[in-house]
Ligand binder design. Structure first.
Ligand SMILES: Cc1cc2nc3c(=O)[nH]c(=O)nc-3n(C[C@H](O)[C@H](O)[C@H](O)COP(=O)(O)OP(=O)(O)OC[C@H]3O[C@@H](n4cnc5c(N)ncnc54)[C@H](O)[C@@H]3O)c2cc1C
Length: 421
């Protein structure tokens, strides 16, 4: 049997680093971060553009700049150890962690509590089943981002991007800045799936056309991609016959969604939510397995890393309190249910004691709406309303439910959205 730790954190991205910072602040004495990459920082290492940290650090940073700030906050703490080049292979409900590292070999480690911060991965061509040949030149936008920003290679010169998620939009701008011609961004939904600021700053500022309600019906080229066939889709996302047209390209980038990285969680028996694809968590980010917490993109895909840090600090705090046996037995379990217009809400339930505590809820709407009102209800009573000028599926909504309202909860919490603010 290997060494014992207070807390083992799986994944050294911004969530893992922020969780360690908060766990140490809350009294954990022996914390280990396990990271499979050659350095900590997670996916932010390849996001060299700015726009990070405005909420959390009150300063505009690049991705690596943000990761560095997270790293700086823990690097001199004696109680925190980071092992890089270390892949976690298995976690068990008894809080044993199996990991492998080129120097230490296979390690079996034991923890008081575990925090899962493995982030997410990108959906690939196979997941969306685009017909056609399988030539070279098709990459996920994130793979191309790493190639260009970290390895110094260009994947091609004439680019088409499928999907208008933020990574695709950011890559449209990056490829233009690198001297490539971005022919088009195609999006199957009738609305963009990226932040408004990215549509303006990455597409409109560079005159890159965005085709909404369009998809790819064919990939051309046998050895190397030479073009794609695009087509319009109807409201059921079915291709409209006769609307096809061709676009030349030597590279296709896919930005068609992120999938929380939960193979380890599933293996341990952690309950996964079918819509967020992440563990079902309470307000402290504890999963259904006692002492196993989760935070960041592994729980639900975030659009702003600032919220990732905030969530990870909650998980870090309660993982530390649990190790020190300072958490109280909950007296009630209140379900949080998405109602009209809301697709997902995290946390999915609240485990509450006698005293109330402020709870921050993170939500995503089903479709874009203007001038709406967010409404939180319980037992037929409205607890909170918040007018929103715009609500979009790509922009996560965060709202705080004050402690005095949480204290009195007896029935499930319903979170919905209504037109007319
Ligand atoms: C390609 C891409 C580009 C993005 N660009 C932006 C952007 O421009 N702006 C923005 O705000 N957000 C962006 N995001 C979202 C971004 O992921 C989050 O904002 C934030 O980085 C999430 O932090 P995290 O710590 O939860 O996950 P990550 O940053 O993904 O960190 C997870 C870490 O866990 C490690 N890990 C996973 N599994 C294991 C294992 N089994 N063993 C050991 N280590 C493991 C990974 O190597 C990684 O370092 C992007 C995401 C992706 C995938």
């Amino acid at each position: 049997m290997g060494e014992n730790y207070d807390i083992i954190i799986v994944g050294g991205g911004p969530a893992g680093l922020s969780a360690a910072y908060s766990a140490e602040k809350n009294g954990a004495e022996k914390i280990l971060i396990l990271e499979r990459d050659r350095e900590a920082g997670g996916i932010l290492q390849q996001c060299i553009h700015n726009g990070f940290g405005l909420h959390h650090f009150k300063q505009e940073l690049t991705g690596p700049g943000y990761a560095h700030r997270c790293y700086e906050s823990i690097k001199n703490k004696k109680s925190i150890e980071i092992l890089v080049d270390t892949m976690v292979l298995e976690i068990r409900p008894d809080k044993t962690v199996l990991a492998v590292n080129p120097e230490k070999g296979l390690m079996e480690l034991k923890a008081g509590t575990i925090i899962l911060t493995m982030g997410c991965r990108e959906r690939t061509r196979g997941a969306i089943r685009i017909p056609g040949y399988r030539p070279a030149g098709i990459y996920t936008a994130g793979a191309a981002q790493r190639m260009v920003n970290m390895e110094g290679y260009l994947p091609g010169k004439k680019i088409v991007i499928l999907g208008s998620g933020d990574i695709g939009l950011i890559m449209a701008r990056r490829m233009s800045l690198e001297g490539c011609k971005v022919q088009a961004v195609l999006e199957i939904c009738p609305f963009s799936n990226g932040l408004t600021r990215n549509i303006v700053q990455c597409l409109q500022d560079y005159d890159i056309p965005l085709y909404l309600s369009h998809t790819i019906t064919r990939i051309q080229g046998k050895d190397r991609i030479s073009g794609i066939t695009a087509a319009k889709v109807d409201e059921h996302m079915q291709v409209i016959a006769g609307s096809e047209f061709d676009i030349d390209c030597d590279t296709l980038l896919l930005s068609v969604g992120l999938i929380p990285e939960n193979e380890l969680s599933r293996g341990a028996g952690i309950a996964i939510h079918p819509l967020t694809n992440g563990p079902i968590v309470d307000q402290h980010r504890e999963t259904n397995l006692p002492g196993i917490f989760a935070a960041g993109n592994v729980v639900h895909v975030h659009d702003l890393v600032d919220f990732v840090s905030e969530e990870a600090e909650i998980a870090g705090k309660y993982a530390a309190l649990e190790v020190r046996k300072q958490t109280k037995e909950p007296l009630k379990d209140i379900e949080v249910v998405p109602a009209n217009g809301i697709r997902t809400c995290v946390p999915q339930h609240l485990r509450l004691g006698a005293e109330g505590e402020t709870v921050r809820l993170f939500m995503r709407v089903r479709q874009p709406m203007r001038k709406v009102k967010l409404e939180i209800r319980s037992g037929g009573k409205i607890l909170l309303t918040k007018p929103l000028p715009v609500a979009k599926p790509s922009e996560m909504i965060a709202v705080d439910l004050p402690a005095e309202k949480v204290a009195g909860l007896a029935e499930k919490l319903e979170v919905g959205i209504k037109e007319g603010a």
